[in-house]
Design a protein around this ligand. Structure first.
Ligand code: BEZ
Length: 250
């Protein structure tokens, strides 16, 4: 089942994704005039910040709707599948925030990133690592099982350990300078139903419209004890896998 993207809903429910991207921009340390590829640029908010720091940025995303939103911000954005990158030895850095967990064939992604980078170019990114949204995953899995549906065949996400990702980076000729898991409990501006509506399309689209409402309610109820604080509202149990690597010679 396909995940669909709605930039307006994304903006309402997930603005934290770009707001919390500042430490990653600092790790990338973009310099004026560098050519940088933003892999999975989404609505382009963080891509624009890269451009404001003086870099010449190209954003790619598989969602035409998100690319349109990014272009509306003045970003040079193109529709491209992250597992099918077509660039060749042309970027000083590839940057990626909160996108790589949507690409379930990491070796295809890494082969394309390596090809896109100049020798000595940097690959800096952050995405969901092992343990990410564990409470939500258990709740979704339980609610699907009650409906006779298999979680794994619908699961759109890849959340590797730091060790696994480091090995993959190295296998693709990258020298890893940083690779670690960072727990980051994240408060939501709205609520869990809003978050699920934006991000859990692969599961919701497997259900009939009338069943979707019941499913959302059930997942929310299953998470309430762990992910709801009466004073501060809903939050999500994010774990980030943050890394930096450099393209070595063959
Ligand atoms: C994340 O940023 O970790 C994430 C966002 C949406 C769905 C799954 C994970």
């Amino acid at each position: 089942m396909k995940q669909e993207w709605n930039p307006a809903l994304y903006g309402q429910n997930a603005r934290y994704v770009s707001q919390l991207g500042a430490p990653l921009l600092d790790l990338l340390d973009p310099r004026p005039g560098e050519r940088i590829l933003d892999l999975g640029c989404g609505d382009g908010v963080l891509t624009r910040e890269l451009a404001e720091r003086g870099a010449l940025v190209v954003g790619v995303d598989s969602s035409p709707e998100m690319v349109q939103a990014a272009r509306a911000l003045g970003v040079d954005a193109r529709v491209m599948d992250g597992e099918e990158l077509t660039f060749d030895n042309e970027f000083d850095a590839v940057f990626s925030n909160a996108a790589l967990h949507w690409m379930k064939r990491p070796d295809r992604v890494l082969a394309g990133v390596r090809r896109a980078l100049k020798l000595g170019g940097r690959f800096v990114g952050e995405f969901g690592g092992r343990g990410n949204i564990e409470t939500l995953l258990e709740a979704i899995q339980g609610a699907l099982a009650e409906r006779g549906l298999d979680f794994e065949s619908l699961n759109p996400w890849y959340f590797p350990t730091a060790e696994e990702y480091r090995e993959r980076l190295e296998a693709h000729g990258m020298e890893v300078t940083f690779c670690t898991l960072i727990p980051r409990p994240t408060p939501l501006e709205t609520d869990l139903t809003g978050w699920l509506t934006v991000f859990a399309g692969s599961f919701l689209n497997a259900l009939s419209p009338s069943e979707r409402e019941r499913f959302l309610q059930e997942v929310t109820d299953r998470c309430r004890n762990k992910l709801f604080d009466p004073d501060r509202g809903w939050w999500v149990d994010h774990v980030r896998l943050r890394f930096a690597a450099v393209k070595k010679g063959a």
